[in-house]
Ligand binder design. Structure first.
Ligand SMILES: *[C@@H]1O[C@H](CO)[C@@H](O)[C@H](O)[C@H]1NC(C)=O
Ligand SMILES: *[C@@H]1O[C@H](CO)[C@@H](O)[C@H](O)[C@H]1NC(C)=O
Ligand SMILES: *[C@@H]1O[C@H](CO)[C@@H](O)[C@H](O)[C@H]1NC(C)=O
Ligand SMILES: *[C@@H]1O[C@H](CO)[C@@H](O)[C@H](O)[C@H]1NC(C)=O
Length: 395
């Protein structure tokens, strides 16, 4: 009986994974970008919208960690897939470490504010491989301390963008930066870091989420009283709209808070945000850059990075459902992850570009759209690795 179920269920899941996920082009393109780091070091963030060539940015940019972290994902893929599709011919770990060194000066001084959590990604990956790596330990501790310094107990949040007091701005994206506090807590035993993460997450539940499960991008607080002074957007369509990438950061952030604490309220919040996300994808399956942006003139720009991020967020949420014995819920989120992945690959897979995907919206109000994006590609590759690790696909 058990054998029968395995045979029946696995091919159904397998059938829905787009073959591009493990195309040889993945390794080829990442390697082409990785093998000659520019000197002085600069990091890919997004591509131009016509030829798909990467634009490079100085290390002191919030997205710097994603390319080194992509190289760590390729190293993980090598272990998961063996020598398949060109991944086996490359020392990905060495490349990941080499590119990470460009971030080390940021331990002492960055201009990225709260985004230190994103910067920490490659160092967190290094610690999974070598927990004793002193460089990575120092980096994670420094980034966590920098984030903790931005915490205001009156507001109950870490500050996102800098602004003069009493203005205190918090963006939904910041749910992603809390993980570095937990990693640093593991290293140092300092539980204050965890308390800050929990307080930030709870304040965000209270103020950032609408009754329909959508989210505001920016909440402004008064740093003296802790009261909310404004709810607005920065990168979304309007103050009342839901910016899709922000929504996806929120799903991932709360699913991760549940992973870290097992508090039911975080699972419930992740479900609310995820329910909004999947219910607001239109019938064409394309994740728009903002769920409330007008559909005319068509096509309304997609955001492939919101889509691939959401795939990872839903897979994490699916795993969290399993920990509470909810296999129906787990299957539900997994099915949505599969369909988002399939639809975004159909739309955005671009063999002739340097990035894997096109149709990223970096910042629509700044007219930065129709590009490849480094974190969109990162989450695409990671989705493949997660699915393989979960036994839901072959390489
Ligand atoms: C330790 O980590 C850093 C940064 O991730 C890396 O550059 C370095 O090569 C690693 N050292 C060792 C001995 O693996
Ligand atoms: C724990 O971390 C907090 C936040 O960075 C810091 O203020 C505090 O001094 C740390 N405690 C110890 C014992 O190091
Ligand atoms: C996707 O990208 C292509 C090529 O840049 C563009 O022609 C198309 O309109 C985009 N579609 C959406 C929905 O953004
Ligand atoms: C299982 O998960 C689904 C989707 O998140 C949810 O709607 C449902 O309430 C959950 N069931 C239980 C028993 O927790």
């Amino acid at each position: 009986m058990r054998k029968f179920i395995t045979v029946l269920v696995l091919p159904l899941a397998l059938a829905t994974v787009p073959p591009e996920l493990f195309s040889p082009l993945v390794a080829q393109k990442v390697l082409a970008t990785a093998k000659t780091p520019p000197s002085p070091i600069q990091f890919p963030q997004y591509t131009d919208a016509t030829a798909g060539n990467w634009l490079l940015f100085n290390p002191d940019t919030w997205t710097t960690g994603f390319f080194p972290a992509t190289l760590y994902e390729m190293n993980r893929r090598q272990k998961l897939c063996g020598a398949k599709h060109g991944v086996g011919d490359v020392d990905w770990l060495k490349l990941g470490r080499t590119w990470s060194t460009g971030e080390i000066p940021l331990e002492t001084k960055t201009g990225v504010g709260h985004d230190v959590g994103f910067l920490s990604f490659p160092f967190v990956e290094e610690l999974k491989i070598n927990p004793g790596n002193g460089t990575a330990i120092t980096a994670v501790k420094a980034f966590a301390t920098a984030l903790a310094k931005r915490f205001n107990a009156k507001v109950g949040c870490t500050r996102s963008w800098d602004s003069p007091d009493p203005n205190f701005q918090v963006i939904i994206d910041n749910m992603m930066n809390l993980e570095v506090l937990f990693v640093a807590e593991e290293i140092t035993g300092n539980h204050t870091l965890r308390d800050i993460a929990i307080k930030h997450a709870d304040t965000t539940i209270a103020n950032h989420i609408r009754p329909d499960g959508g989210t505001w991008h920016v909440i402004e607080y008064d740093s003296n009283t802790g009261l909310v002074t404004k709810k607005r957007t920065a990168q979304g369509f309007s103050d009342d709209s839901t910016w899709s990438r922000g929504q996806a950061w929120g799903i991932y952030g709360y699913a991760n808070m549940h992973l870290r604490t097992n508090f039911p309220r975080y699972l419930e919040t992740a479900r609310r945000l995820a329910t909004y996300f999947v219910s607001n994808i239109p019938s064409d399956g394309i994740v728009p850059w903002d769920f409330n942006a007008p559909t005319i003139p068509a096509p309304r720009p997609a955001d492939s990075s919101a889509a691939t991020l959401a795939v990872n967020a839903l897979l994490l949420l699916s795993q969290r459902e399993l920990t509470v014995g909810n296999s129906t819920g787990a299957q539900f989120w997994r099915d949505h992850a599969f369909s988002i992945l399939r639809d975004i690959t159909n739309l955005a897979w671009r063999p002739e570009w340097k990035s894997l995907l096109s149709n990223g919206t970096v910042n629509l109000p700044a007219n930065n759209k129709l590009t490849g994006i480094v974190y969109g590609d990162y989450y695409f590759i990671r989705a493949g690795n997660e699915l393989k690790e979960l036994g839901l696909t072959f390489c």
